[in-house]
Ligand binder design. Structure first.
Ligand SMILES: Cc1ncc(COP(=O)(O)O)c(C=O)c1O
Length: 372
């Protein structure tokens, strides 16, 4: 056996749509597929607007810029996340402030967040870790009570929900990623979703050079004005085409991931009592972008799995413990729950097309490791 950590779910339709688009010989950069994809994202998530961008990282950066966040501002983030959640604050000149997480969802602990709020705090960026919603209702209340901007980092949680309401609809503006290991993917890509017309207009400017776009830039003879500072963070029309094909499969992808996660959980618990699987709170719809367990002798297990053809990985090394944050930025913080979860967490293979045989093999290999 040689089981990868993830496989991209793709089909003939992905190939056909994108091949047709290439063959048209036009609209390889901007084009009508982008707004079509945006409309589908907004419809799926349940927001008024979506703006497609070239990555989840630029979506985070644009989100903070659109809120005027910068020097002397503080943004509360988890440390148990991909580095760009925290770096997005640094990009703008603001300071990321790390709050601790809680054990059930591995998301921000509302009490820890509350204790860090001061007059410089401007925003909170909760992360829905690995596709499991965090305690977003409680965090939304805290943001509202303290007049803070709430930006959900739903990069890993496309389609996840709490009590039937999708994540990425709780915050003022929220981000998604379509990088290759995410629920739906365009290779690289991201989006901001929001109900606000004003935020939507600002993000459109930031995404494309601060340019007022009254028509298709490349084919129109209009004179376009530049009214603010902006970047080239656009998603290409070709990329959006793939997104349109992928989003049609989102429900199926999520259903397969959930079915597989249920089976793998059951098999793992049959094979060993040296591991625990975080329990998903009632009403929380987890989409399993990652399948993560807590394991005794974690590092030895990772090696054993690797030697036996099973990929695994640690998501995430806490950001506050990275060389950059510790030694260059001189962060010296204690996050006991983050650190203890990091010590025992391991991400196992999980993807829509994983087979029963592959999952049995993973569970049996883990069982053998603890028996040996
Ligand atoms: C929680 C989280 N935030 C942000 C990002 C950044 O997204 P991207 O890789 O599309 O820039 C990722 C992706 O890895 C992520 O997992």
């Amino acid at each position: 056996m040689n089981i990868p950590l993830f496989e991209i779910y793709n089909d003939e339709n992905d190939i056909k749509l994108i091949s047709d688009e290439i063959a048209s010989g036009k609209f390889w950069a901007v084009g009508p597929r982008v707004s079509e994809f945006e409309e589908k994202i907004a419809n799926y998530i349940g927001t008024k607007h979506a703006v497609a961008l070239n990555s989840g990282t630029s979506a985070l950066h644009a989100a903070l810029l659109s809120q005027g966040i910068g020097k002397n501002d503080e943004v509360i983030v988890p440390s148990f996340t991909f580095i760009s959640t925290a770096n997005s604050a640094l990009f703008t000149g603001a300071k990321p402030v790390f709050a601790d997480i809680e054990e059930t969802t591995c998301g921000l602990n509302p009490e820890s967040v509350e204790s860090l709020i001061n007059k410089n705090t401007k925003a909170i960026i909760p992360v829905h870790y690995g596709g499991c919603p965090c305690k977003i209702k409680e965090l939304k209340d805290i943001a509202e009570d303290n007049d803070l901007i709430l930006i959900e980092d739903a990069a890993e949680a496309f389609g996840a929900s709490v009590d039937g309401k999708n994540v990425a609809t709780f915050g003022d503006l929220n981000i998604l990623s379509f990088c290759q290991n995410k629920i739906i993917t365009t290779g690289e890509g991201g989006a901001i979703v929001t109900d606000s017309d004003e935020i939507y207009a600002k993000i459109n400017l930031i995404r494309s050079h601060g340019r007022l776009e009254s028509a298709d830039y490349f084919s129109s003879s209009n004179l376009f004005d530049y009214i603010d500072l902006g970047f080239n963070w656009r998603m290409s029309n070709l990329t959006a085409t793939l997104g349109i094909s992928q989003i049609q499969k989102a429900d199926k992808i999520i259903e397969l991931r959930q079915k597989n996660a249920e089976y793998l959980s059951r098999r793992l618990l049959e094979e060993s009592d040296e591991i625990t699987i975080p329990e998903v709170p009632k009403g929380y719809n987890h989409v399993y972008q990652l399948f993560c367990i807590f394991a005794n002798k974690r590092d030895e297990l990772i090696k054993y799995l690797g030697d036996n053809g099973v990929s695994s990985k640690i998501y995430f090394h806490p950001i506050h413990q990275s060389e950059f944050y510790r030694n260059k930025l001189k962060y010296d913080v204690n996050l006991p729950v983050t650190e203890s979860i990091f010590e025992k967490t391991i991400t196992l293979p999980m993807f829509p097309s994983i087979t029963t045989e592959q999952m049995d093999y993973i569970a049996e290999t883990i069982g053998k490791f603890y028996k040996s």
